[in-house]
Design a protein around this ligand. Structure first.
Ligand code: UDP
Length: 234
């Protein structure tokens, strides 16, 4: 599969067309951004790590009955994916209070939630991805009722699958963000699943092993990503 025209460049990835109109190549970069891209840097080998992690996790989710855009990994930094039209909503699932939820509600990080919390953020950088609810999504026709039901169902299925999997690797899944897309009128999971998009804490020590090390200048960023990959692949 050969890379043809680049059709998109985001903060962490590039997308290229291929000779098959239904298939794109997703390339993972080492670039890292935080706080609406006001903080920028690179995490050495992040692209390689996130490509391999996403491969492993997409395969796991496919096995659990969740359709994804993943087709196959091509090399260190590239995977073949199905072309989707991205639904401009970021779905966040939280098992433990951290980040945006701690800030929004003035809560201590680390409170274990009785039930998982699902949030929607409208994908619009210049508005700082504002928190919205189902009524906004339906009234503004961002997604249909049926699509939203599917997105919700898959999101909780992803949470159950990933929580159990990471737990078996000595990692606590604190929260994560998903993006969905439409492919042939079906909703499928897209984007990536990595320490850029999940908060992962060591089960024993609660040490942060995710992008918060970069956001908060905690050091050992590359080592944390490598450690997650090592545990996930063992
Ligand atoms: N997240 C993400 N992309 C975003 C915003 C959040 O992947 O643009 C992830 C983030 O890494 C965390 C979860 O979604 O695992 C919840 O993030 P939160 O809303 O707490 O925002 P943050 O603290 O990252 O600003």
């Amino acid at each position: 599969m050969e890379k043809l025209k680049q059709i998109y460049e985001g903060k962490a990835k590039r997308l290229y067309e291929t000779d098959d109109p239904d298939l794109l190549i997703q390339e993972f970069k080492d670039d890292a951004t935080a706080f609406d891209a006001t903080k920028r840097g690179t995490i050495v080998n992040k692209g390689i790590i996130n490509n391999k992690l996403s491969e492993k996790l997409f395969i796991l989710l496919t096995d659990k009955g969740i359709p994804t855009h993943f087709v196959k990994r091509l090399n260190d930094r590239e995977m073949l994916v199905k072309r989707v039209q991205i639904v401009p909503v970021e779905v966040t699932i939280r098992n433990i209070v951290a980040g945006g939820m701690a800030k929004l509600l003035g809560l201590e990080e680390g409170i274990v939630l009785k039930d998982a919390v699902l949030e929607y953020h409208y994908k619009e950088d210049k508005l700082h991805d504002p928190l919205i609810n189902e009524y906004h999504i339906k009234a503004l026709k961002i997604a249909t009722d049926k699509e939203l039901d599917t997105i919700k169902k898959y999101s909780f299925m992803v949470n159950e699958a990933l929580k159990a999997f990471f737990n078996s690797k000595g990692l606590t899944l604190v929260d994560f963000k998903l993006e969905f897309g439409r492919n042939k009128n079906k909703i499928i999971l897209a984007d990536e699943i990595s320490p850029d998009t999940c908060r992962l804490w060591d089960k024993e020590t609660n040490e942060k092993l995710d992008k918060d090390r970069f956001r908060r200048d905690l050091g050992g960023v590359e080592e944390a990503y490598q450690e997650v990959l090592r545990r996930v692949l063992e």
